[in-house]
Design a binder for this molecule. Sequence first.
Ligand code: F6P
Length: 537
Amino acid sequence: MNKSAWEFVEREVEATKKRHMREFFESDPTRADRFTVSAAGWTLDYSKNRFTPALLHILLALAEESGLREATEAMFSGLPYNNTEKRAVLHTALRNRSGGAIRVNGEDVMPQIEAVLEKMGSFTNDVRTGIWRGHTGKTIRNIVNIGIGGSDLGPAMACEALHPFSKKSMRTFFVSNIDGTHLAETLAQIKADQTLFIVASKTFTTQETMTNANSAREWLIKELGDDAAVAKHFVAVSTNSEKVAEFGIDPANMFVFWDWVGGRYSLTSAIGLPLMIYIGHKNFLRMLRGFHAMDRHFRTAPLNRNMPVLMAVLGVLYNNGYGAESHAVLPYDQYLSRLPAYLQQLDMESNGKSINRNGERVGFQTGPIIWGEPGTNGQHAFYQLLHQGTKLIPADFIGFCKSQNPLGDHHDKLMANFFAQTEALAFGKSAEQCRAEGVPEELVPHKVFEGNRPTNTLLADALTPDVFGALIALYEHKVFTQGVIWNINSFDQWGVELGKVLAGRILPELTAAEEPELTHDSSTNGLIRRYRAARAK
Ligand code: F6P
């Protein structure tokens, strides 16, 4: 983080900390108008945050001085921005609808991207219309995606989000956990002859995915009584053709993507295949247009009107200025119930780092803990802490003017709660107001709401594929901007490696017939012995 720019921010934060949002609104009747921006179908009202115009100005200067513009251009134009893996970071090319070339090492990647999109489109058509059939001639009704992390969370979240646009005779399932329960419970709900398995893995070496894929293949062969059935019931999405062929999937039934697409940024690559089959080619392209609209906005809008940048600098303000540890994402739409889980990977795997791009330890907080649940459910669970707890938790409220399921007055009630919560969090309720309402004196302290709790409100007309795409791109660029400000590489994930290596060492110790010599610490040794003893009974 740019030290001298941050010192300016800190000084201004100290002055702002003592002030209440009530004052900001009272002293400036235009505050909401001034601090609302629109882009790609979304309106962001960020006025209910703890900043003065001067503080916002300094925060934007911090972003500017961190080299955000240069970093953005480096990413969009295919330079090796992921410096620890020496790779380009080009998820934005996957939804580049401009018709322009994008080069990696001198080669235009757009023709390959278009070719894969076309192949996905024609396969999607074949599956949806019954041209592609299972081994016994039945049409495909169930799509089972086998993948984990970025090869699962994006399409799983998106299939739920865009369910109203889906083919109703089609069902999608997502198996990610190596816990056999996940696969077993899924297989119990489907018929093999009507099922297509999509094995999705960037590397095609991930333990969970390969274990689930092997078990699914065994199940299919057993159910259909023929090894040859695999050809009509398994396709793959990967960057690793060799491993796909080794698994026994015909390379003709493989959909490729490239090492310059990070797992958690891969929804718009072939990883989106289950989504495309579910909602159709046209709706998928609509979603890509939404992503692209937000990409363009992020790349070209001035920083003070730039939605991802504004959300990013406010996040930095709370994280580094106000000491907030977490950030809540609260979608007021049941279809977005998996959005917080998706954003956990996007944000925490990207910015959960203590070492900067130059290999030095950072001297400040980086990525926050992301969490959340759909409203209004959370209101009856954890909002107590948001309103009256001792922790400052900035939150994003995400809502829509129109429901996909207009049912009586449900939507107006939902949205009344949506608006009420940000109002209550910002302005609270004073002791005087409580007394004026006749609250007994001993209860006054309990009934006071301090307010001054920051929120962003994101509002769109309806949850359509393009609006959805723009929302995901918004968060991608927010995370990117924060990574630039903190000078960390948001595109590697070395922190997931050690556990994988240790699990590889422990697995044979759990299953060895002879008591193995254990050389871990006493806690791990003891736990392994306990497990072995119970397993043997
Ligand atoms: O272990 C973390 C991770 O590498 C994620 O970054 C990735 O999205 C996930 O595992 C799955 O990896 P793959 O697509 O290679 O199976």
